[in-house]
Design a protein around this ligand. Structure first.
Ligand code: NPQ
Ligand code: MG
Length: 369
């Protein structure tokens, strides 16, 4: 297979509710969408970067630049036996993992369609439905957060993740635990603390949390190991794991007991599957993180989350968690048992609604060999 042409687009979609984390408040979802053509087929991929480099160093503008000027030209017209070869082909560009992941995803979708197989099958998925949870941002008051949690529990979500930051942590989580004694609950700090704040996490240690996600520096493994040694609750790393070898090192050092896997953060599905395997070989469970993806990235995440070592519920909510109208049809929905079905159709599954994509596009360009 040879990719003949690639269209890159920057899209902006209003979020149904603002989402606030330790790094800022977002009311619009930004992304770069990648549309690749080969043999009369079209494959889609998503770069779920933000407008500002707050989660990691990438933005939609850096992804646009690196895709347009380096990554796409390196792939156009190149004979590919399998999408696994994309990673090697793009390795000459240092980092820019989200940009790489979006392009690689479009090739996986193309290849899967060409083979008449689902992305889940190609990646080695073993489940036809995956356990999911909902991720909640910081709210104005604890009562507001409690009301939002109640709403999502009524909708059927079975696991709740809440964002924390200094000043919005132990007190909030204690209150949530009091109001929802049996709900599987976890927290995510997005790197807002240092080891000097260890007491905050020790105070949360008896609240029965599933895990504490990325409490310390986004590039740290050493201090996380020191923190994990002081806690019974598993530390889970997100930002700190940018390569499969980071997962190996983190496990060897004792920096975490659980790993969050996002193909976007790791540079694509090949790297995500390798990270999954590194963790599985060492008996460390993983779960699928999310970046408020549109349906395009959301479907790809579902396929990934069906691999065997994804043993904790993912940040994989239904389309209507974030968007009034998704870019795919049918949208992703929550099943009555609190799971989401993994599509069985060829490629990522449901159709991409080009008319809707056009309406949210703010810039687009075709690239040809
Ligand atoms: C995380 N995601 O696990 C993130 C980070 C995050 C679902 O909690 C716009 C685009 C806003 C991407 C907010 C969840 C975002 C974003 C947070 C990603 O760390
Ligand atoms: Mg996180």
């Amino acid at each position: 297979m040879k990719v003949e042409a690639v269209e890159v687009r920057i899209v902006r979609m209003p979020l149904r509710f603002p989402f606030e984390t330790s790094f800022g408040r977002e009311d619009t979802k930004h992304a770069v969408l990648v549309r690749a053509q080969a043999d009369g087929l079209v494959g889609w991929g998503e770069v779920p970067a933000m407008a500002a480099p707050l989660y990691n160093e990438e933005t939609v503008e850096t992804a646009w630049h690196v895709l347009r000027d380096f990554l796409v030209p390196a792939l156009l017209g190149v004979e590919l036996q399998h999408p696994r070869q994309v990673r090697e082909r793009l390795r000459f560009v240092r980092r820019h993992h989200m940009a790489k992941a979006g392009l690689e995803a479009a090739v996986w979708d193309l290849y899967a369609q060409q083979q008449g197989r689902s992305l889940r099958e190609l990646l080695g998925g073993v489940r036809d439905r995956v356990k999911v949870g909902v991720s909640l941002g910081i709210e104005a008051t604890v009562d507001d957060l409690v009301r939002r949690v109640e709403g999502f529990l009524v909708e059927g979500y079975r696991r709740v993740k809440v964002k924390i930051r200094p000043g919005w942590d132990v007190g909030v989580v204690r209150e949530l635990r009091r109001r929802f004694p049996d709900v599987p609950l976890q927290v995510d700090a997005n790197s807002a603390y240092t080891l000097e704040d260890a007491a905050v996490f020790e105070a949360m240690d008896d609240l029965g949390l599933l895990l504490i996600e990325q409490p310390l520096g986004e590039d740290d493994l050493v201090d996380h190991a020191k923190l994990q040694a002081r806690l019974r609750t598993p530390v889970c790393l997100d930002e700190s794991i940018a390569h499969p070898h980071d997962a190996r090192k983190a496990i060897e050092l004792g920096s975490c007991r659980v790993v969050n896997i996002k193909a976007a953060r790791l540079g694509g599905f090949s790297a995500a599957v390798e990270t999954h395997d590194v963790c599985a070989e060492r008996g460390v469970p993983v779960w699928c993180g999310g970046m408020l993806e549109t349906g395009i990235g959301r479907l790809a995440n579902l396929a990934l989350a069906s691999l065997p070592n994804f043993r904790l519920p993912g940040d994989l909510s239904a389309s209507d968690r974030y968007f009034e109208e998704d870019l795919i049809e049918p949208p992703v929905v929550l099943e009555p048992d609190g799971t989401i079905r993994v599509p069985e159709q060829a490629g990522i599954g449901p159709r991409v609604r080009l008319d809707r994509v056009d309406r949210v596009t703010v810039r687009r360009e075709w690239l040809r060999g």
